[in-house]
Design a protein. Structure first.
Length: 425
């Protein structure tokens, strides 16, 4: 019998038994925009193949055996299937999702072969996905949540989580945001400290909002399962990966146009808010014609200076003869409570501001540092028949903070006539 303390693992007669509890137990323990994007992918790019890659921006050293435990958790996803209750909830709350999509979800099954995870000699973590876009799309958020949860378990930091105190802390945040007139949602699944931390957040936010009348509003959560559990609205439209994959397949110049047109083709008027900063404001603005500006409910700011980005949006709407006060602008760029309130004060005079807040809500325990991790789509091809992938990247509105291989970032910047010096992460 061979015992290993790292990861609470036991090897018995060559049969591995894992005593660590399964982290993701519900299919809809995921962001809504994964479902909406999957629907649009099947509708518009059904044969597309993609690759994803994990990045830890803080270069964290993970405990010995972490990649093995992560692989076990990914393998356990094969037993996670959508339930009739989850489908019924989505039918009620997400009327914009076409009915055919639920038949796809009923037959969907994860496969461990889509993902691989390993560590180098120093303990740094590497994770990659590859496969059909319509299938691998549901791995990103779940695996990020697993990594974060697993890290705190394996380092023992989860013992510092006081959920009663966290409820009170979250309730106080909600009081401040609601009193300031902020309209806000929880966007914190991917980097939450644990499932319980996000569950506590949604419960506290709802309790606070329902306690009396407020000038602000708690809209809901991006997490579909927790929206169902607490009977709030699931929220979300799309992520950068949708535009970045299209940019890889067709080039960045027309990626926004193709993405918006594809979204219109699938959702036929219920288009939500568009995330515009995958390749920078300038090329998006050139593709944001009057018909798209009228169709989309608004835009989401996820990088750059919030005030400067808002003024660009306001000027663009006005140039198209659209009153920006009729449009929603969602701010989601690493916000905390103070930052959201500050933005609310100036943005309310120009648009209908709302806020998607992530890590500050779901990973804000005292004496615990949140992981700074992402999984990005890095390459795509239109069909499995192609013998090669096209690399892609993300060109942030935060000057010099682009994501992708340096040579790919340089090539995309040259194609779009972007002059700033790339600082790639």
């Amino acid at each position: 019998m061979n015992w290993s303390c790292a990861g609470m693992t036991v090897l018995v007669q060559n049969c591995r038994i894992n005593f660590m509890e399964q982290i993701i137990k519900h299919f809809t323990d995921d962001d809504l925009y994964k479902f909406t994007m999957c629907c649009a992918v099947i509708d518009n790019f059904p044969r597309a193949q993609v690759r994803y890659s994990f990045t830890d921006r803080d270069d964290t050293v993970y405990p010995a055996g972490f990649a093995r435990e992560l692989s076990e958790q990914i393998a356990a996803l094969e037993d996670v299937v959508i339930t009739d209750d989850e489908i019924d909830f989505m039918r009620r709350r997400c009327s914009f999702v076409p009915n055919w999509f639920y038949n796809y979800l009923k037959g969907y099954r994860f496969c461990r072969k889509w993902a691989k995870a390993w560590q180098d000699g120093d303990g740094h973590l590497f994770v990659e996905f590859e496969g059909s876009w319509a299938e691998t799309i549901f791995l990103e958020v779940k695996v990020l949540a697993i990594i974060s949860d697993l890290y705190y378990e394996m380092t023992g930091q989860d013992k510092l989580f006081d959920y009663d105190a966290y409820y009170d802390k979250t309730y106080a945040k909600a009081e401040r945001l609601l009193s300031a007139g902020c309209v806000f949602s929880d966007f914190g699944t991917r980097r939450r400290a644990s499932f319980m931390s996000e569950d506590t957040v949604v419960r506290a936010m709802k309790d606070c909002y329902c306690s009396r009348e407020w000038s602000g509003k708690f809209v809901g959560t991006s997490n579909v399962y927790l929206a169902m559990k607490h009977d709030v609205q699931p929220v979300g439209t799309m992520a950068h990966e949708f535009i970045c994959a299209i940019g890889g397949m067709y080039g960045p110049q027309m990626a926004n146009h193709i993405a918006m047109n594809s979204w219109r083709n699938t959702f036929r008027g219920a288009l939500g808010t568009y995330l515009y900063d995958s390749f920078g404001w300038n090329i998006f603005s050139m593709n944001f014609s009057e018909d798209f500006a009228n169709l989309f409910k608004g835009l989401r700011i996820d990088s750059g200076d919030n005030h400067d980005q808002l003024m660009k949006i306001v000027d663009k709407y006005r140039s198209l003869g659209i009153d920006p006060k009729t449009k929603q602008v969602i701010f989601s760029n690493a916000l905390d409570t103070d930052g959201a309130i500050a933005v609310q004060r100036f943005a309310k005079d120009y648009c209908q501001p709302s806020f998607g807040i992530g890590t500050h809500f779901t990973n804000d325990f005292d004496n615990v540092k949140p992981l700074n991790i992402v999984i990005k789509l890095v390459a795509a091809k239109i069909t499995e028949a192609w013998s090669f992938y096209n690399d892609t990247c993300k060109l942030s509105e935060d000057t010099g903070k682009h994501v992708g291989k340096p040579d790919v970032v340089k090539r995309f910047m040259e194609a779009l006539n972007i002059k700033d010096v790339p600082d790639v992460c």
